[in-house]
Design a protein around this ligand. Structure first.
Ligand code: UDP
Length: 329
């Protein structure tokens, strides 16, 4: 069993990736400071509560377990918060990732899969978005990740490590066995908010803007199931271990759904009426995001298996209806 270090393995995408890595036969070591993650979400053999910027701890973990491969998720990921506190995002995401990678490579890491984001594109000129599209983030969150991609480019060249950055579109859904799901505090993401409203945990859902230039006036996003995202990381890791050249890949389905479509499908699936309040646009929201994922399909052989809206919403519904308080249940 090859050991893999997963930072942020107690978070939403990290915990699902850990679960899929274990199914794939890896020996998983998680490093998470539990600032936003949940201990109950960690299914790994080894867990270290600590910070990615604790370079002595990082070096110790890597040497102790003979780790050559790392999947780096640990980060702050709220666009709104990043607009209010840019310094926090550049410090927590960018500066700490620089420190983490430096320590990891010094201790012997050779392969890195990095959790990037479609937010690096800002408001893209063309849809679907290709990896070559000019990067123009419109919030500090996206920019904090873009800088890490740049750092990896140099790091890879200078230190002979190979790496992959995965630019995800909208992660959604929950594990099919019902043991893992989305539990952000505060919750800002559309699908959990819609389903919590259906459950009566929230009075109503605020729709952020109805005057976008889209068919129904609301924003369109490319929702990709968290298990499909997890598998993208595993494919990337295997390919890196077999000599794949460093690169950047979008991860999305290419198909977008509007906010109104998500609400309508959720009502149909749950059988509950979802009270909605139509409001102003939210700052920093591009009207349409949808991925061109030809590269990851062609080079890594990735195919989404769970990202149809039915599976996304039904797995998320199962999670939220059985965990109305998230991991506090
Ligand atoms: N959205 C909304 N109401 C909410 C939360 C989100 O209308 O309470 C919209 C948001 O404007 C965006 C889409 O839902 O168009 C997806 O937002 P989310 O925060 O889930 O993901 P993002 O695309 O910002 O990463």
């Amino acid at each position: 069993m090859k050991p893999v270090l997963v930072t942020g393995g107690a978070g939403y995408i990290g915990s699902h990736t850990v679960q899929e890595l274990i199914k794939d036969g890896a020996l998983v070591v998680v490093l998470d400071n539990l600032s936003t993650g949940h201990l109950d979400a960690v299914h790994a053999r080894h867990f270290y509560e600590g910070d990615i910027a604790d370079t002595a701890l990082v070096e110790h973990i890597i040497k102790e377990h003979g780790i050559k491969s790392v999947i780096h998720f640990a980060a702050k990921s709220l666009v709104g918060e990043s607009l209010a506190k840019p310094e926090l995002y550049f410090y927590e995401n960018t500066v700490k990732s620089f420190m983490f990678f430096e320590a990891a490579v010094k201790a012997g890491v050779k392969h890195i899969v990095f959790s990037s984001t479609a937010a690096v594109y800002g408001i893209p000129p063309d849809i679907p978005i290709r990896e070559e599209t000019m990067l123009a983030p419109i919030n500090p969150y996206g920019d904090s990740k873009r800088m890490i991609e740049k750092y990896l480019e140099w790091m890879g060249k200078v230190h002979s490590i190979n790496w992959v950055a995965l630019r995800y579109f909208n992660a959604a859904g929950a594990s099919l066995d019902g043991s893992l799901g989305e539990d952000h505090r505060p919750e800002t993401h559309l699908i959990p908010l819609v389903l919590q409203t259906a459950l009566g945990l929230r009075e109503k859902l605020a729709v952020f803007g109805t005057d976008y230039k889209t068919a129904d006036g609301t924003c369109i996003r490319d929702y990709v199931h968290v298990i499909d995202l997890a598998n993208a990381h595993i494919l990337a890791l295997h390919a890196l271990e077999h000599g794949l050249q460093s690169g950047i890949f979008n991860v999305g389905t290419g198909k977008g759904y509007s906010v109104r479509e998500i609400i309508a499908k959720s009502q149909a699936l749950t059988g509950y009426k979802i009270a909605v309040e139509y409001g102003e646009r939210r700052a920093g929201d591009p009207p349409v995001l949808a991925a061109d994922s030809a590269a990851i399909k062609g080079i890594l052989g990735w195919e989404p298996g769970y990202s149809d809206l039915e599976t996304i919403l039904s797995s998320a519904w199962h999670w939220h209806s059985t965990h109305p308080k998230g991991y506090r249940l």
